[in-house]
Design a protein around this ligand. Structure first.
Ligand code: F6R
Length: 365
């Protein structure tokens, strides 16, 4: 049932505040503002490193998770797409843990990487939506994302729920390893629990702008997305979402890679979507934006109130989100990215919920 939405994808985008709040309820002790360590059933204190493997959008969630586990838990992380991971002959230690992220829990390559790690004696954790799935069944620890059924082929709410769960796990791992103090844990958890409310207000406020911007994007052949830090995987997710449902060619790049190649593409016909909250990378990303502007590139700037005030650059459009803590920025900044892809596809008249050539669950290699 789509309710009063035109597509499942739209419904699932708007469901995010509700499902994330439910997912967080599973990992967070709301009275103490702490992570419920019983829900984090891997003993991260004893783990030497972490391997993350997944496909598509779930892999991009895993990449953001990598930044968090490194930063908050000081845990070395190896993250790769499952189709490479399974064949790379990665030297893995039985003192490591491995996380497999999958909405369906049935993706063939992800399952094969899981089995590889199991044979190597690693502790196996699964971040899944479908709890009865094969990946969940074959894991030592299951971390449900509780997004509810996702019908739209393009993943939206599963992505942000995966992020919420990975954030909680990374903070919990940090606490277990003594790299996140009690005070810091409470601060981070408070930001996580505020997130659903912020998501609702962002969803309510940005929709008209996303629709008018989508009208512009629907005329383009190519789009480049740029970001740094956790906004880099988010740039790749933005590009993936757009190409999947609108069939517009899009690429996501680390902003710092611009001058190593993609800058050659810049002209007035290819919009450059820059994802840049006012974080510790902001100035660097703005200087990449200047390089785009200097070559006649048109910029769609997705930033926050501080970032909008700090940048003097002329843009094709600036989307201003509230200032939020770094730990929740990827989830909040996912919203304009999802809506932009969605409305662009609607303008183009594609089959949004069932894009051509794609399947919801990829059970063959
Ligand atoms: C993107 C998308 C795919 C899936 C990928 C993994 O919108 O839906 O890239 O994320 O096929 O699927 P799961 O998460 O079921 O393993």
């Amino acid at each position: 049932d789509k309710g009063n939405h035109k597509h499942f994808m739209e419904k699932e985008i708007y469901e995010q505040p509700e499902v994330i709040s439910r997912a967080l309820g599973h990992y967070v002790d709301l009275i103490e503002n702490r992570i419920d360590l019983e829900a984090v059933s891997i003993d991260f204190a004893k783990v030497q490193s972490l391997a993350i493997s997944a496909c598509g959008t779930a892999y991009l969630a895993g990449l953001i998770g990598k930044y968090w586990f490194e930063r908050y838990a000081r845990l070395p992380v190896e993250a790769d797409v499952a189709s490479e991971f399974r064949y790379r002959d990665i030297p893995l230690s039985p003192q490591s843990a491995a996380l497999f992220i999958s909405q369906s829990g049935e993706t063939a390559d992800t399952l094969a990487s899981l089995r590889y790690c199991k044979d190597e004696g690693l502790q196996i954790g699964a971040v899944v939506n479908v709890r009865e799935s094969t990946i969940a069944r074959e894991s030592d620890a299951v971390f449900p994302i509780m997004a509810g059924p996702e019908i739209g082929v393009a993943s939206t709410k599963a992505f942000t729920c995966q992020l919420a769960v990975l954030a909680a796990l990374a903070i919990g791992a940090g606490r277990a390893r003594g790299t996140v103090s009690r005070q810091e844990e409470e601060r981070l958890v408070r930001h996580l629990t505020e997130m659903p409310r912020i998501m609702s207000s962002v969803l309510n406020s940005i929709q008209p702008k996303m629709e008018s911007l989508a009208r512009e994007l629907s005329k383009c052949r190519d789009v480049l997305y740029l970001g740094r830090g956790t906004s880099y995987p988010l740039a790749m997710e933005g590009a993936l979402k757009l190409k999947e449902i609108s069939y517009i060619h899009a690429e996501g790049y680390a902003a710092g890679e611009l001058k190593h190649g993609p800058i050659a593409l810049i002209d007035e016909n290819m919009p450059v979507i820059v994802i840049a909250p006012h974080d510790r990378f902001f100035e660097k990303t703005v200087s990449n934006m200047q390089e785009v502007a200097a070559r006649g590139g048109r910029i769609i700037f997705i930033t926050d109130e501080k970032g909008a005030a700090a940048s003097k650059l002329e843009t094709m459009s600036t989307i201003v989100l509230p200032v939020v803590d770094e730990i929740i920025a990827p989830m909040i900044f996912s919203l304009p990215i999802q809506l932009l892809a969605y409305h662009t596809a609607v303008f183009m008249g594609t089959d949004v919920d069932q894009p051509r050539n794609l399947a919801k669950s990829v059970t063959v290699e």
